[in-house]
Write a protein that binds this ligand. Sequence first.
Ligand SMILES: *Cc1c(COP(=O)(O)O)cnc(C)c1O
Length: 430
Amino acid sequence: MQRSQQLFTDAKGLFPGGVNSPVRAFGKVGGTPPYFKRGQGPYLFDEDGQRYIDYVGSWGPMILGHAHPAVIAAVKSAAESGLSFGAPTEIESMLAQAIRDALPSMELMRMVSSGTEATMSAIRLARGFTNREKILKFEGCYHGHVDSLLVKAGSGALTFGEPDSAGVPAALASLTLTVPFNDLDAVRDLFAAEGDHIAAIIVEPIAGNMGMVCPIDGFLQGLRDTCDRHGSLLIFDEVMTGFRVHPGSAQGLFEVRPDLTTLGKVIGGGLPVGAFGGRADIMRCIAPLGPVYQAGTLSGNPIAMASGLATLEGLKNPNFYHELEATAEHLTSGLKASAQAAGIAMATNHRGGMFGFFFSDAELVTDFTAVMACDGDRFNQFFQDMLSAGIYFAPSPFECGFVSAAHSKTDIAQTIDAAEIAFDALAKTR
Ligand SMILES: *Cc1c(COP(=O)(O)O)cnc(C)c1O
């Protein structure tokens, strides 16, 4: 880690905490983040020559593995024709068409450059369309660093949100209501009191930013029904789950049709792309057709579109998601079995190429309170032991994991072997 240590020390003089996004600083787990030099398939290689099996996948986009030949070729070819025109191009329509083929609810859409931009624009649109100001979100769901969405539950009996970051005006946060994930009764109670003022519910249809937490049966449909009853919009934030859990994303998997969807991560294949879209009557409120303003200098950038399109092309094999899910299943069942063999309680979740594991004796982890009750010290020690063994999990118990099509049975078996050793060490710590 010598070179990584030096680079990290130097970077602290350039960036707050040495990083350009906070989780990368390893604040939760301690130690030095490896500086990566190269990725190939399921592997990352750091500046000190160490190889890692990568379960972060750039936080989701790298569903085909790193440096996939078809994606790299598409990017190179697009780059040779010029990097950006700030004007319409054919390839943005090609990517949009591929997205709509998979997610028919996105009748009209707009490309942006990040997931944050997509959710920020979607809630502005929901407010503009409904002429209402309040938004409902769920505890533990993350929707990017949008002021209105960096909000946590207030301490009072009611659910007025409080800023979850300095710099977010309390007046704005008070317009964001929060309730626990998977708690349909709380949603219904809140709508009974506030329904006429709520522009939209925004939800991660599978939560992936408090570890991985699945919706319980009927939760998403219950949100759909509640929105319909009260004239509110349902926004599925599929920035993480989009093209990650099912060919039709979470809305295809659970067969619930949102009014608006936000995408990011996989649709850029590793370049900065986001999108928001949905019902045509709502989307026609966006400028230049309507009064809701939204714009972007690099929106629909041709290189980013080429990367996204080549990535979506790579998902077309009819067995793709089946195989991806088999890989995630192999990994999570192996982790759980070896934890239990060492006498360590573990709960796991997986869908498509997304997974989570919790140091918890709960049978199922279904909300943020349960996530917070997990053993953070155990996670940290496990993370460090795995990192030393060349296995790169997300450096925080509040992130979920990702497998790619490039992860082989051998990679998974190696991971489980390393985990057995780490769990045995953990068992001896207590
Ligand atoms: C990653 C993520 C975002 C934010 O996307 P950025 O590209 O990091 O701005 C929003 N919503 C969800 C569900 C995410 O996982």
